[in-house]
Design a binder for this molecule. Structure first.
Ligand code: GLU
Length: 310
């Protein structure tokens, strides 16, 4: 891939300040973009407004800047891009891939239990398909959310698998039956908010993102995003999912389990720690973040066999 056509991004949700785990994803996406001689963007993913913390977006941008991670274009905020998501949703509705759903959580639970359906890996119910157009749609109820069919075609038989295969640069070949493992998933929530899956797919395409580099906890979303890209006629980027940073309790470091905000008094040490998590070899001492980053780009190129502009 030529450097001119490489665009990477870091897409934090402003639910709190950057912590050691999110710096790993930010650094990896920045290093990979620089290693390819490409562009690096920052997108603030603030669609799940109840989870957003006021001011966290600006704090994240400041923390990135303190580490020398500066985007090549002004950041974008997803909360200002609703019209773009609406346009994509309308295309999916009119092509028969998306449909309104009138089910509450309780309805889904009851229908899934009645049909003896399993829970997905994350303990969520797989949508039992009650409001699928082929099963009579809303049955006179009001639409609450909008879902995407997890099926190989809109008129596929009810239990048809939807195998999505993809190649991860670190994890290797991956596959998932989205129909069996996830089911018809939400694009616009009952509370009117845009689902992450739709916003991320629309934005990655509109921003020309060629390479998604993000934490491994998000790898499981990739098949849903590839399905959506195909339904919208959008290209599929390359993917590299980075190792997760585990806390002392062995759990993934996250804002939810109280990961400490990144200390900014020693950005070189914070970067060095993130570099270790990414498997970079120890680098010679650096006097500034910029100096550390320059050495890390070379180490990244060697680690992933990337040549500038290739
Ligand atoms: N906003 C998501 C998060 O902070 C990341 C989205 C992505 O990189 O695709 O977990």
């Amino acid at each position: 891939m030529s450097g001119a056509s490489y665009t990477g991004r870091f897409a934090p949700s402003p639910t709190g300040p950057l912590h050691a785990g999110s710096l790993v994803a930010a650094l990896a996406s920045w290093l990979d973009a620089r290693a390819h001689g490409g562009r690096w963007l920052v997108r603030i993913e603030d669609v799940d407004t109840p989870r957003c913390v006021p001011g966290a977006d600006e704090l994240i941008l400041k923390q990135l800047a303190a580490c020398g991670l500066l985007p090549d274009e002004p950041p974008v905020w997803q909360s200002r891009r609703g019209d773009l998501y609406q346009a994509a949703l309308e295309r999916l509705l009119s092509s028969g891939w998306a449909y309104p759903c009138g089910c509450s959580r309780r309805d889904i639970e009851a229908a899934a239990q009645a049909r003896g359906l399993a829970r997905s890996r994350h303990g969520e119910r797989i949508y039992p398909g009650t409001c699928r157009p082929a099963r009579g749609g809303l049955h006179g109820r009001e639409g609450r959310s909008v879902r995407l069919l997890a099926a190989p075609s809109p008129d596929a038989p009810e239990n048809a698998p939807l195998w999505i295969e993809w190649q991860d640069r670190r994890l290797g070949p991956q596959r998932q039956d989205v129909a069996a493992e996830v089911g018809d998933f939400v694009l616009r929530r009952a509370d009117g908010l845009w689902a992450y899956q739709l916003a991320v797919v629309v934005d990655d395409a509109l921003q020309g993102v060629s390479d998604v580099v993000r934490g491994e906890d998000l790898a499981d979303n990739t098949p849903r995003q590839i399905h959506l890209q195909r339904r919208l006629g959008l290209p599929t980027p390359r993917y590299l999912h980075t190792p997760l940073v585990l806390g002392a309790n062995g759990e993934k470091l996250s804002k939810q389990n109280g990961a400490a905000a990144l200390e900014l008094d020693d950005p070189v040490e914070a970067l060095a720690q993130a570099g270790r998590a990414l498997g970079l070899p120890p680098l010679a001492p650096a006097a500034s973040a910029a100096e550390w980053l320059a050495k890390a780009v070379a180490a990244w190129q060697a680690r992933w066999r990337v040549r500038d502009g290739v």
